[in-house]
Design a protein around this ligand. Sequence first.
Ligand SMILES: [Cu+2]
Length: 152
Amino acid sequence: MFGATARSEAQMRTVVVFMALIAAGVGSAVACDLRVEAAWIREPPPRASTLAGFATLVNGGSKPVRIVAAESRAAGMVMLHESMMHGDMAMMRESPELLVPAGGKVELAPGGKHLMLMDMKVAVKPGDHVTITLIDDGGCRIAGDFTVRALQ
Ligand SMILES: [Cu+2]
């Protein structure tokens, strides 16, 4: 009986140490250098299942930030996209990454780089907020608050 108690205390200490390690990991994740500013999503046409998100990504750190993925609970998938003209046709393609230089910024804007929300799970209207999380190659997760704006 006494032995069992001693063992459970040892297990408890192990759990506490493990939780402290998790907390330390979370702490370093909070120190991401990237900020998501002026973030917005273009109001979708009726019945559209894809949306485009735009923002200014500001890197306040001394190292480049490489965004390699994005996700949102509101969408089945979020892709890094870039629009371009091919002859006189507007096209877009997936980008493998989004590089934000040290101390610099990248504009995600109509006609250029953007976030593509595919397979929307919720209907959104102007004024709604959608959280999109950007993930860098070091595992840093940066959440951005995107406001839905009416089509102009
Ligand atoms: Cu796109």
